[in-house]
Design a protein around this ligand. Structure first.
Ligand code: FMN
Length: 342
């Protein structure tokens, strides 16, 4: 009944965003913790009870993890976390278009900082019910030339509580950040992170370094993608998340011209980048993790991304339009979806 009425869509996007955590934490407290198992997947020493998780930005401060576990997420990405706490951008930072199934945001990494998130993660049930990725970024005032220092500071603060780090240099809402993803800057930026990850002891669950995943922008060209993949492979980056929000894709939408667009308008480009990545890597993808994000709006979309070759799938906008019981809806239909491993 609640699922059909979608009461969260009666609220303004800001209000729904503000009160969502209260709902989740209350729900997490009263429902027994369960995991939803369908198409279980293992990668390195991590076990995913199912391949569908929440994308970066949904739980920025790791405040609702029990709730997400209870709702059946197969893995959780928290953040973007920056070394020091910071507020979001001023003015309007969030909007949605129900008709187009699109979300717009210009948040700019509001978060309570790496130490707070580390404390949150340490307070969780151990071992984690499902893997937790930590998405890391730089503080607004940190100069681009020193950006790597912020990422390394996050890795140090969170290294013993993260199952993987997501390096976010693809958000459009921190000035200049995406320049780091440009092939001419990427090598210089990533190298110290990889070095630090090797120096930074083992991870929570093994004596290997915490895996590093690179989150890619949907706005790079196919040629740039190839260069990004070559550079990442060369540095032994462990996988990619395809994709973040777009600075374009607002045809017919009344969103402001800055910020990033998520949801249905992203689907086509996100799928193209997934296909290009898999084709270009070929045999070289062995042992690497490919996560598809962007415009996954229905259970059918989840299964399509998996059939296309993604190891894992993430959602943000689908939770805005379908609500928090999306994980259960997908699990129910997974049993009926032919060809899925399980
Ligand atoms: C309101 C909002 C906030 C977001 N915040 C972050 C963030 O902090 N870090 C990040 O890497 N991605 C962030 N994203 C991008 C999502 O993680 C995801 O990559 C993107 O929304 C595409 O997925 P979707 O179409 O399922 O929404 C945010 C997206 C939205 C809508």
């Amino acid at each position: 009944m609640v699922e059909r009425l979608k009461p969260w869509l009666w609220l303004s996007p800001q209000v729904a965003h503000k009160w969502g955590p209260l709902f989740l934490n209350t729900y997490g407290r009263f429902k027994p913790l369960q995991t939803l198992t369908w198409s279980p997947f293992a990668w390195r020493d991590l076990d995913f009870t199912n391949p569908l998780g929440i994308a970066g930005g949904v739980d920025k401060n790791a405040e609702c993890i029990d709730g997400w576990w209870t709702l059946g997420a197969g893995f959780i990405e928290v953040g973007t976390v920056t070394p020091r706490p910071q507020d979001g951008n001023g003015g309007k930072i969030l909007d949605r278009d129900k008709r187009a199934h699109a979300v717009w945001n210009k948040m700019g990494f509001p978060n309570r900082g790496a130490e707070f998130v580390a404390r949150q993660l340490k307070g969780l049930y151990q071992p984690h019910f499902t893997p937790i990725f930590v998405n890391i970024g730089k503080n607004r005032e940190t100069k681009l030339e020193a950006a790597h220092e912020d990422y390394i500071a996050c890795m140090k603060a969170l290294g013993d509580s993260a199952d993987a780090f997501v390096i976010n240099i693809s958000s459009p809402n921190t000035e200049g950040l995406r320049e780091l993803l440009q092939p001419e800057n990427l090598q210089r930026f990533l190298e110290p992170l990889v070095k630090a990850s090797h120096e930074n002891m083992g991870s929570r669950s093994s004596d290997q370094p915490v895996p590093l995943l690179l989150k890619v922008s949907p706005d790079i060209t196919n040629e740039e993608l190839k260069k990004v993949l070559d550079i990442s492979l060369n540095l032994n980056i462990d996988g990619w998340i395809l994709t973040n929000t777009s600075i374009g894709m607002r045809e017919g939408l009344r969103f402001p011209s800055d910020g990033g667009v998520s949801g249905l308008p992203l689907a086509k480009r996100s799928k193209e980048l997934l296909t290009h990545t898999i084709d270009y890597l070929g045999e070289r993808r062995k042992g690497k993790l490919i996560v598809s994000s962007g415009g996954v709006m229905s259970p059918t979309d989840v299964f399509e991304r998996l059939r296309m070759g993604a190891n894992l799938v993430q959602v943000y906008s689908a939770l805005v339009f379908n609500g928090p019981f999306f994980f259960r809806q997908v699990a129910d239909q997974a049993d009926l979806s032919p060809g899925l491993k399980g």
